[in-house]
Design a protein around this ligand. Sequence first.
Ligand SMILES: Cc1cc2nc3c(=O)[nH]c(=O)nc-3n(C[C@H](O)[C@H](O)[C@H](O)COP(=O)(O)OP(=O)(O)OC[C@H]3O[C@@H](n4cnc5c(N)ncnc54)[C@H](O)[C@@H]3O)c2cc1C
Length: 299
Amino acid sequence: MILPLPDLPSFDYIRPKSYQQVSELLHQQSEDVRPFMGGTDLFVQMRDQIIAPKILVDVKLLPGMISIEYDHEVGLHLGAAVNLNAIAKHPEVIEYYPLLVEAANSVASYQLRNRATIGGNLCNASPAADMAPSLLILEAKLIAVGLNGERVIPVNEFFRAPGENALERGELLKRIEIKPPPEGWFGKYLKLGRNAEGDLAIAGVAVLGFPDQTAESGYRFRIALSSVAPTPIQALKAEEILNQGPISEESIEAAAITSRDACQPIDDVRASGNYRKAMVEVLIRRGLEEVWSAIQVGG
Ligand SMILES: Cc1cc2nc3c(=O)[nH]c(=O)nc-3n(C[C@H](O)[C@H](O)[C@H](O)COP(=O)(O)OP(=O)(O)OC[C@H]3O[C@@H](n4cnc5c(N)ncnc54)[C@H](O)[C@@H]3O)c2cc1C
């Protein structure tokens, strides 16, 4: 049986020529105007009658929106409208930021990743956004542009609540900047979904570690989680356990338990909150063991 789906509500489509034009539109008519890039979140919400914007502004062809630039000194600059397949197949992203490739490839299907953009994934501000944990632990900076020009928003200040981000009226996400990765680092993104492909995360964990003489343990770790709290979060207390060290089976176990305790998950169709917590502990332990075995100096 094929169930009838509601139609999309009607809307006007605009392809602007400048950021200024978009900011003016968004500023003047914020209730009625929505920017879009891949549309894979936006059109679903329109079809489900959650939102009904009168004007959709297609911003993906504005200058710089689909560019990927890497420089050893500066790091990686990703236009907000770069799609996830473009990230996963870019030679310098593969070489220097394999964690981002892993996160991008975890999203839905190949077909969807041709449309879905990194910026859309962030701006949608879903607790389950798969790109968010890796960008949190890579300490990405988000460049917003509005009527008064550009401003920088650290990614850990971007997510405010489910569906709410830190962009102000009239602002658009333009670029994601990630500094050069630390020497000797290794990162992992582990996602648990109901099936191997095409589903949102029940829980997602990103773990990164690198040798660092300024940390008591001689190593610095970063941990972030998705789908287990109202926003993607960093497990700062768990990171601290490992930074103070020593790194051992016991401290990895303690970090996994502390990460679990940082979660405030909901029960939903995908999983219960308790299951999510239990899985975070398992995934963090697994991720940390893998990262630790990859980064040990002289180990
Ligand atoms: C079948 C299916 C499976 C999916 N699976 C996953 C999954 O496994 N993991 C996952 O994380 N996500 C998943 N998603 C969600 C979605 O595909 C991603 O979040 C995607 O990256 C969104 O990017 P987009 O370009 O399509 O965003 P859009 O839909 O174009 O935009 C998303 C939101 O951001 C706003 N916006 C767009 N561009 C800008 C901008 N430049 N500045 C400010 N605001 C902007 C829009 O108004 C909208 O509110 C899935 C979606 C579908 C339909």
